[in-house]
Design a protein around this ligand. Structure first.
Ligand SMILES: C[S@@+](CC[C@H](N)C(=O)[O-])C[C@H]1O[C@@H](n2cnc3c(N)ncnc32)[C@H](O)[C@@H]1O
Length: 208
């Protein structure tokens, strides 16, 4: 029962999934708000948020004047994200569609920033996903992975046990992410430091 409910964190589905997508907007609010501030998004940015869930990060970044695209492989998440960003979608400032991180429906180097909040735990073939993201970033573009669940460098797990036990999450350490991002072609990788210690954000840069 618990496993079935929590599966909505991996892929929100139906009515309960929609409630989960709404809850995620609230539960991930503190980390999302802090990281969006640190990313210093400007009106010149063209952003892609992958695994957009309930759409709160999209709303924050669109609020900074950026053009924001969102994708999520869950139709339920996309519906909730569209509702969260109704006005911005109507005004053409936000576009959201169903898509898997592995099969991004964009061609060319069109984004200055790609974000992934609390979602890489669930991505299949993450190395390939990172390569696709590298491909859609403009030269000098940034990719920010934000996580509240991760592995310490000594293998210790920083993530509530209820999620680890029920969700088959892939937890990465900062070092593992660095290796995967470098192998995907990113030029440099550095952590983004915040005041709230309960999260890890790794930023990767594409060569100019
Ligand atoms: C835990 S939620 C996080 C949602 C939102 N980013 C947030 O921080 O509140 C994970 C989201 O990632 C989506 N997701 C998982 N794997 C994905 C993939 N391979 N491609 C696209 N979306 C994915 C899920 O459908 C879900 O909406």
């Amino acid at each position: 029962m618990l496993k079935k409910l929590l599966a909505n964190c991996r892929k929100p589905t139906g009515f309960i999934g929609r409630l989960f997508a709404g809850m995620m907007n609230w539960a991930h609010g503190p980390v999302t708000r802090e990281v969006v501030e640190l990313l210093a998004v400007t009106p010149e940015d063209v952003v892609l948020d992958i695994g957009c869930g309930g759409g709160a990060a999209i709303a924050l970044m669109a609020g900074k004047g950026a053009k924001v695209y969102g994708v999520d492989y869950s139709e339920t998440s996309v519906a909730k994200s569209l509702a969260t960003n109704r006005e911005a979608v109507r005004d053409g400032r936000v576009e959201i569609q169903v898509a898997d991180a592995l099969r991004l429906p964009f061609s060319g180097e069109m984004f200055t920033l790609v974000t992934a909040f609390e979602t890489t735990y669930f991505w299949e073939n993450i190395q390939e996903c990172f390569m696709r993201i590298h491909g859609v970033l403009r030269p000098g573009g940034r990719f920010a992975i934000t996580l509240e669940g991760w592995k310490g460098e000594n293998g210790e797990i920083n993530c509530p046990k209820v999620f680890v036990d029920n969700l088959a999450m892939n937890l990465y350490s900062e070092g593992e992410l660095r290796e995967l991002l470098s192998a995907a072609g990113f030029d440099s990788v550095s952590p983004l430091k915040g005041t709230w210690r309960k999260w890890l954000c790794v930023m990767a840069f594409k060569r100019r």
